[in-house]
Design a binder for this molecule. Structure first.
Ligand SMILES: [Zn+2]
Length: 276
């Protein structure tokens, strides 16, 4: 059984006390139960003065595309997939005070953080971030549908960290921010605003190729094991700079194993062609 004290020891050894940390976690990776689960992990970081940032995406708010929000090179092929897709038609719209999340994709830690009264949430119908701790408001308040990765900009400016808790680099959403820094435009998707109009919202692309950055990032990761969970910790400044530089030098590095992947192929070309 992993106890809160084991987690606190790891946090201290990684030098994370008082820091802003974006966490991507697999509770299963510990190989044994964490006593108290996501609550214990959250409490361990909060007791060390940390602020936790985590993706709290809500894929069910995506709606069918309409012109003029269907640009070329949008990681959507000829849009057949999206035009023929089935969508949740609940009549619900996203709210920053809402506590819903795509749990299966996002995991238990973001769900727990978001469920807490004192957590904050960024304003993005599909790809919002949630945060808890002293800097939670600062880390989330600038996000909006067209400034998708504002939280990562703040995290980087504040000398924050990205912590992969037993998960791979394919879970490191911040590499999509590095793509943006390297000059790529995020993909356009669609959601409803408060007046139930379809609005364009920007989202990240395919992450399946991000393991390709392993070699580039190897020397900057601080590693520690907690139970069987390998924690890899990166300074946000390092991971964004190294990945963005590599994307500029070798754009293909982000490509996943599927040569037909629309999102990866279009990302390589710079993403959607926007007219304005
Ligand atoms: Zn791909």
């Amino acid at each position: 059984m992993i106890e809160q004290q084991d987690l606190i020891r790891a946090i201290e050894q990684l030098g994370l006390k008082g820091a802003e940390v974006c966490i991507h976690a697999s509770l299963r990776s510990f190989g044994e139960p964490v006593n108290g689960g996501a609550k214990t992990i959250t409490d361990a970081f909060l007791s060390c003065g940390c602020t936790i940032l985590a993706p709290a995406f809500t894929y069910h708010y995506q709606v069918k595309p309409i012109p003029p929000y269907m640009p070329e090179r949008n990681g959507a092929g000829d849009y057949t997939y999206f035009l023929n897709g089935s969508y949740d038609d609940t009549g619900q719209i996203f709210s920053i005070t809402g506590k819903d999340i795509s749990t299966q994709e996002m995991g238990l830690l973001p769900e727990y953080i978001l469920s807490q009264q004192e957590s904050h949430r960024g304003n993005h119908p599909l790809n919002s971030f949630t945060a808890i701790g002293p800097k939670a408001k600062k880390l989330t308040e600038n996000q909006n549908p067209t400034d998708l990765y504002a939280s990562f900009r703040t995290l980087t400016d504040d000398n924050g960290f990205v912590l992969l808790m037993g998960v791979g680099l394919d879970k490191a959403t911040i590499i999509h921010y590095a793509e943006q820094l390297a000059g790529r435009t995020p993909f356009m998707r669609w959601a409803l605003d408060k007046a139930y109009n379809v609005i364009p919202v920007f989202t990240g692309g395919c992450s399946d190729g991000f393991e390709n950055f392993e070699g580039i990032l190897k020397n900057t990761a601080s590693e520690i094991e907690v139970g069987k969970s390998l924690w890899r910790c990166y300074k946000a400044k390092d991971i964004t700079r190294l990945c963005a530089n590599e994307i500029i030098r070798n754009p293909h590095i982000t490509h996943c194993a599927n040569s037909q992947c629309d999102r990866c192929n279009d990302a390589l070309l710079g993403g959607p062609v926007l007219n304005n």
